[in-house]
Design a protein around this ligand. Structure first.
Ligand SMILES: C[S@@+](CC[C@H](N)C(=O)[O-])C[C@H]1O[C@@H](n2cnc3c(N)ncnc32)[C@H](O)[C@@H]1O
Length: 307
C-alpha cells in the first residue's frame, strides 16, 4: 500500500467526525447528516428499545445514536456513551447539556473490546454505528457486548463494508503492475496513488486491516461465535447521487477517519504538474451532475440467550 492508512495521529476520530467527513462544507454537512440519520434510525429500530430501557452506544462519536434514541423513546431511557476519543466524549457531553438530557447520560472512556467501567448484565441493548470497522479484535468486542448485556438483551450494529473499495484499488494496482513501466495511463497511476493512501491495496494489507478484512457475513459469523442467537443480517447497498459535488469539498474530505484527505495526499505525494493533470482529469468526474457514489452498510441484530 502506498501509505500506512491511519498514520500516527493519536485521535483521527474527532478530526474526521468534526471536520473531514463533510469537508467543513455546510451543503455537504446537510447531505451527510441526512444519510447518517437514516443509518442511525435503522440501528435504533434494530435495538427494539422500550421505555425504562438502558442503551449502550459504543463508539458514540458526537452521540448521534444515543441522543436520537432518547428523542424517540423519551426520558425514561438511560443511555451510556462510550468512546476512545476524549475530545469526542467532551463534545457529546456538551451536546447532552444543550439538549437538556445530561441526567439521562453516562460517559465512559472505553474501547469496544474492553468496556471498562460497564458492569456485567447491566444493559438492555448495545448499539454501534460505524465503529467495529475500526476495531482490530471484533470478536473480543462482541464478547464484551454480550458480557454487559442482560439475558435477552439485544445488539444492533450498523457497520460499513469497505472491502470492495480496497479490492477495487487492488485491481488498479494489479493492472498497473502488469503494464510496462513506460505504459499505463498516467492519470490511472495518480488515481492509484490517491486511493492507495486511503485503502490497502494488496491481499496481505487488505487482510491485515480491520477496516477491510471483513464482509457482512464475517460480522454474522463473529456474532454467532460470541454466543449471540436470533441473528439477522441485512446488507444495504445504495447507489445514489454523490454527496460531494464540488471539487473544493472533495479535496477536503476523506472516506473514513483513518484516511488522509485528497488535498493532504496531493500536497505530500504529488508534484505540482501531477496535481494539475490530476485535477484536469478528475474534476469533471467529481463535478458531473450525474456522478454517483455507492454505500455498503451491514445491519446486524442479535440477542443474548436467556430471558
Ligand atoms: C465513524 S465514527 C462513528 C461515530 C458514531 N457512532 C456515529 O454514528 O456518528 C467512529 C467512532 O468510533 C470510535 N472508535 C474508534 N475506535 C474505537 C474503539 N476501539 N472502541 C470504541 N470506539 C472507537 C471513534 O472515536 C469514533 O467516535
Amino acid at each position: 500500500m502506498g501509505n500506512e492508512v491511519g498514520g500516527s495521529d493519536p485521535d483521527p476520530w474527532s478530526r474526521w467526525l468534526l471536520h473531514h467527513r463533510d469537508a467543513d462544507d455546510p451543503q455537504v454537512r446537510r447531505a451527510m447528516r441526512a444519510a447518517v440519520d437514516r443509518y442511525v434510525d435503522r440501528v435504533i429500530d434494530g435495538a427494539r428499545l422500550a421505555p425504562g430501557h438502558s442503551l449502550l452506544d459504543v463508539g458514540t462519536g458526537e452521540g448521534l445514536v444515543a441522543f436520537r434514541a432518547l428523542e424517540r423513546v423519551g426520558r425514561s431511557l438511560r443511555v451510556s456513551l462510550a468512546d476512545v476519543s476524549a475530545t469526542l466524549l467532551e463534545h457529546a457531553r456538551a451536546r447532552a447539556g444543550e439538549l437538556g438530557v445530561l441526567d439521562r447520560c453516562a460517559f465512559f472512556a472505553a474501547s469496544a473490546d474492553r468496556l471498562d467501567g460497564l458492569a456485567d448484565a447491566s444493559m438492555d441493548a448495545v448499539a454501534t454505528r460505524s465503529v467495529l470497522a475500526y476495531v482490530d479484535d471484533k470478536l473480543g468486542a462482541l464478547r464484551e457486548f454480550r458480557r454487559v448485556l442482560k439475558a435477552g438483551g439485544r445488539i444492533s450494529l450498523g457497520e460499513p463494508v469497505f472491502q470492495d473499495e480496497a479490492l477495487g484499488v487492488q485491481a488498479i494496482r494489479s493492472m498497473l503492475d502488469a503494464a510496462p513501466a513506460e505504459q499505463g495511463d498516467s492519470l490511472m497511476r495518480l488515481v492509484h496513488r490517491w486511493r492507495a493512501a486511503q485503502f490497502p491495496d494488496t491481499t496481505a494489507s487488505i487482510m491485515a486491516s480491520p477496516l477491510t478484512n471483513y464482509n457482512e457475513r464475517d460480522l454474522l459469523r463473529l456474532a454467532q461465535a460470541a454466543g449471540f442467537v436470533d441473528l439477522h443480517l441485512e446488507l444495504h447497498v445504495d447507489v445514489g447521487p454523490s454527496t460531494i459535488k464540488s471539487w473544493d469539498a472533495f479535496l477536503d474530505s476523506s472516506p473514513h477517519p483513518l484516511a488522509p484527505t485528497l488535498r493532504q495526499i496531493m500536497d505530500e505525494q504529488f508534484t505540482s504538474s501531477e496535481r494539475q493533470s490530476f485535477e484536469r482529469g478528475m474534476r469533471p468526474v467529481i463535478e458531473d451532475p450525474n456522478a454517483v457514489s455507492t454505500d455498503r452498510m451491514a445491519y446486524l441484530t442479535a440477542r443474548k440467550p436467556g430471558a
